[in-house]
Structure formats: structure tokens, C-alpha cells
Design a protein around this ligand. Structure first.
Ligand code: NAG
Ligand code: NAG
Ligand code: NAG
Length: 457
């Protein structure tokens, strides 16, 4: 019983495109109660000056934004000094509209944490052309710093402040942190902007000196996002450049342009829902990670692997925090995005004179995923990383297929014999390694199925 590959990725890209179009069309302001305040709407002609609004959302009234400008407003609006404060800063807004994700992010933050959530609305200064938005960054950062000083006067501690900045907003957050000499608690950069920032000085861009803990989630390093590490921990999701489910060729429209870039935001929202772990692994490069060279987080994190979400310091518990650590993870194409990474290995009984490619496929009841491992010529061992949405104990079947290099060369149509083993990441010792009980014979281009029976712990 060997089911075919029924999962088709392009299917999701159309779904996502449709969803984005709906998202953009849905940017109209919701019906509001009199006291609740929404984002401003700047059109291209008017959007030049900086009209900043601070909107407070609290656990007791999560869908109602209250305009807060002075400390008296804060006290009257349900701001709770003893709770942490989360500040959301959006980025460049090409059309001067409210960010379509902001309500989802606010709601997810309030569900995940007992905190004050403040959305910084600077749509007026963020629209028109990208470079004019960049020119507004310093003034905006000063504005936000003045606002934070009001919070500090009320008795809020610097370390309880967490800035979540999207794209250009990540660098705004970095500058605010710089004004506070790195004493703010936490900055999360969601695909920090790349254009005009890759070669910027540390004062101008987000960097690990800007807060006690700085993390960045990179999803579009070849386009709108920055490709250099800017935090203590830098997540390069699917390598950081291109995201599954995002169109890779131009079929028009805004969704193509921002799909990879916005994935950081949706990934973060999903992580806040805390459905499954978005765990990442330090490695020199994504290629090295995929080749199975980085299987745990010992160097440099000693104890635990960082994960995206609201766990303090991403779960990294070492002092002092290392800086600019690149960590890698794969995801699926849609929420909740998580995969479980497995090391897959094949040991040949005899070395061969050419590279040996074996496709490994894992089946659970509702998902299938594959990876190709290569055993280099004259070597006995090849390995790779297989990403599957389900845990290993939910994988019931593994398929192995030896891929002959040239179909026409009959000489190549030999049978190879070897052993298959797998272990979930992080692999800290060999205890979790599971091997098929017997060696398998693989004929060229013939799929061999085996049951996997791993008990859940
Ligand atoms: C502030 O939050 C704390 C912790 O949740 C709670 O015990 C306290 O009652 C809150 N204060 C106000 C004024 O709501
Ligand atoms: C697979 O199905 C199970 C229930 O049958 C569900 O709990 C799980 O979320 C599904 N996984 C995926 C990746 O769809
Ligand atoms: C799976 O393994 C468990 C424990 O080793 C065993 O009790 C069970 O019968 C096995 N199931 C199958 C389908 O092989």
C-alpha cells in the first residue's frame, strides 16, 4: 500500500493569493463604538506629514482601541502599570491604509499575554514613497521615545517593554531602543526592512545592542527584508528568502510583492496561538542545515533550541546572550506553519563509484513529505533533514526510492543494499534514533514501503 503524493503546493499559492486579495479589500474601517478609535487613513496626496497616534488595547476590552496621548489618558483608559507593555510598529504603507494584519496581531497578543498592547499608527508618515517613509524614521523614533518616557513616569519598568516592529518598524524599534541605551526589555523584528538598511550604521538600524533581547524573523532576504543578522537570535525561515505557498513567478498584483515579506507577521501571529513549536537550529548556512550538519542547539545555546513566540528570550537561557546567531527552520505553506524536523540517514553495505541518491518519503494519516539524500561516491553514509507537519510517532510509513542517475544506462540499474535510520531533531544523543529492523534492498527507481512504528512519549 503506497499512496501517491496527493499534496500539491501550487494549490496553496492560489489559495493564499485569493486570501491576500480579500485581505487588501478588507482594509475598510470596522464599525466603531464612539469611544473606540481606529487607524487613520492617509491617501497618497496627503500622506506626507507625521501624524502619530498611540492606540491602547487592554485584556478587558481587546477590540477597542483607546487614543492615548498623555499619562492622564493612559490612566483613564485601563492601562495597567503592573503588566508588561507590547508596542506594535508597522512599516511602509504603500497605499496609506491600515495594516490588514494589525487587528489579528493585537488579538493574538492579548490572548497570549496579560499585557497592555499599544499600536503605533503612523500611516501618514509611512506612505507615498519608501524613501520618504525612511526619512520619517528618526522623528517617529523620537516621538515614540517621548511617549515611552510617559509610561516610565507612571512606574512602568524599561525591561517590561516589548517592541514588535514590522519591516521598517523594526528599525524604528531599534532606534527607540538605542535612545534608551539598550535597556528596554525586548525587540522583535518581523522581517526587518532591507533596502537602505543593509549597510546602515548600528545607530540607524536594529542591532543586538538595542534591547536586553533582540530577535528577528527573516522571510524575504532577497527582496524587502534585510539579509544580515540584526538580533541576538535571527530566524531564517526556510532559509530566509522564499516562503512555501508564495508565488515564485510574477502573476501580477501586490500579493506577489509582499507575500514572502508578510509571512514573518503571519508566522508570528500563528506562534502566539501556540498550537505547535516553531523551533529553530543554529547553523552556518541553510544548505548546511538541510544537509543534516546541524542537529542540536548545543553550540552556542547549551540547553535549549530557540523558538518563535512569547517564551522569554525565545527559550534561550544562557548568559551573556550570544549575538547575531543565525538559526534555521522549515515551515509548511499555511498556518500553523510548524513542521517537525527529522534526521534521515542511509548506510550502504558497500561503497559505490558514483553518488547514490535516495528519496525518502514520510506518510502520516493526512500529510506526505519527502527529501532526497545523497551518499557521496566511495562513502557509506548519507543524511538529510525531512520536514513533516506531524510528529515522528504519527508517521506510519516510510518509502525509499533509489534514483538511478541516468535511466538509459542499464549498467546503473543495480540494486543497492543498506540500512535506514531516523531521529527527531534536536538529536542530542542516539537514544531517539530508530532504524528499520532489517537492511533494505533498493532497485533503481522502484519504491519500497516500510511501516514505521514509533511510540509517542
Ligand atoms: C493589573 O493587573 C494585575 C495582574 O493581572 C491585576 O491583579 C490588577 O488587578 C490589575 N490592575 C488594574 C487596575 O486593573
Ligand atoms: C491530521 O489529522 C489529525 C486528526 O486526524 C489532526 O489533529 C491534525 O491536525 C492533522 N494534521 C495536519 C497537518 O493537517
Ligand atoms: C508497534 O510497537 C508496539 C510496541 O513496540 C507494539 O505493541 C505494537 O504491536 C506495534 N504495532 C504494529 C502495528 O506493529
Amino acid at each position: 500500500m503506497c499512496p501517491g503524493l496527493w499534496q500539491r503546493r501550487f494549490f496553496w499559492s492560489w489559495g493564499l493569493l485569493l486570501w491576500f486579495s480579500v485581505g487588501i479589500a478588507g482594509d475598510t474601517p470596522p464599525t466603531q463604538q464612539p469611544k473606540c478609535k481606529g487607524f487613520q487613513n492617509a491617501n497618497l496626496l496627503r500622506g506626507t506629514s507625521l501624524k502619530v497616534q498611540f492606540l491602547l488595547f487592554t485584556p478587558s476590552d481587546p477590540s477597542c482601541g483607546k487614543l492615548v496621548e498623555e499619562s492622564s489618558d493612559l490612566q483613564n483608559s485601563g492601562f495597567n502599570v503592573t503588566l508588561g507593555t507590547k508596542l506594535i510598529i508597522h512599516g511602509f504603507r504603500v497605499l496609506g491604509t491600515k495594516p490588514s494584519w494589525v487587528e489579528k496581531l493585537i488579538a493574538a497578543l492579548l490572548r497570549a499575554a496579560d499585557a497592555n498592547v499599544i499600536a503605533v499608527d503612523w500611516v501618514y508618515g509611512s506612505t507615498a514613497i519608501y524613501s520618504s517613509a525612511v526619512e520619517n524614521v528618526v522623528e517617529l523614533a523620537l516621538h515614540i521615545s517621548r511617549f515611552l518616557s510617559e509610561l516610565l513616569l507612571l512606574g512602568v519598568s524599561k525591561s517590561s517593554i516589548h517592541i514588535i516592529g514590522v519591516s521598517l518598524g523594526a528599525h524604528v524599534g531599534g532606534m527607540v531602543g538605542h535612545f534608551y541605551k539598550g535597556q528596554l526589555g525586548w525587540i522583535t523584528g518581523l522581517d526587518p526592512a532591507g533596502p537602505e538598511y543593509t549597510r546602515a550604521s548600528l545607530e540607524d538600524r536594529l542591532d543586538p545592542g538595542d534591547a536586553l533581547f533582540v530577535e528577528a524573523i527573516h522571510t524575504d532576504t532577497d527582496n524587502w527584508g534585510i539579509r544580515i543578522p540584526v538580533g541576538h537570535v535571527d530566524y531564517f525561515v526556510n532559509g530566509g528568502q522564499d516562503q512555501p505557498g508564495c508565488p515564485t513567478f510574477f502573476h501580477g498584483g501586490y500579493s506577489y510583492l509582499i507575500c514572502d515579506h508578510m509571512r514573518a507577521v503571519y508566522l508570528y501571529i500563528s506562534a502566539l496561538e501556540n498550537l505547535c513549536p516553531l523551533m529553530a537550529f543554529p547553523c552556518a548556512s541553510y544548505k548546511a542545515f538541510l544537509a543534516g550538519h546541524c542537529l542540536d542547539c548545543f553550540n552556542p545555546f547549551l540547553l535549549s533550541c530557540p523558538r518563535i513566540g512569547l517564551v522569554e528570550q525565545g527559550g534561550v537561557k544562557i548568559e551573556p546572550l550570544p549575538k547575531e546567531v543565525r538559526v534555521y527552520l522549515q515551515t509548511t505553506s499555511r498556518a500553523p506553519y510548524c513542521v517537525h524536523h527529522s534526521l534521515v540517514e542511509f548506510y550502504l553495505q558497500e561503497p559505490r563509484n558514483k553518488d547514490t541518491n535516495i528519496e525518502v518519503t514520510f506518510f502520516s494519516s493526512n500529510a506526505t513529505s519527502s527529501v532526497k539524500i545523497t551518499i557521496p561516491r566511495r562513502k557509506l553514509h548519507g543524511r538529510g533533514i525531512l520536514a513533516h507537519p506531524n510528529r515522528q510517532c504519527e508517521i506510519h510509513q516510510v518509502n525509499l526510492k533509489y534514483q538511478a542517475s541516468h535511466r538509459i544506462w542499464r549498467k546503473d540499474r543495480t540494486t543497492i543494499v543498506g540500512k535506514f535510520c531516523t531521529a527527531p531533531l534536536p538529536v542530542n544523543d542516539n537514544k531517539k534514533m530508530v532504524c528499520l529492523p532489517e537492511a533494505v534492498n533498493l532497485q533503481a527507481d522502484v519504491t519500497v514501503c516500510r511501516d514505521l512504528n514509533i511510540t509517542c512519549v
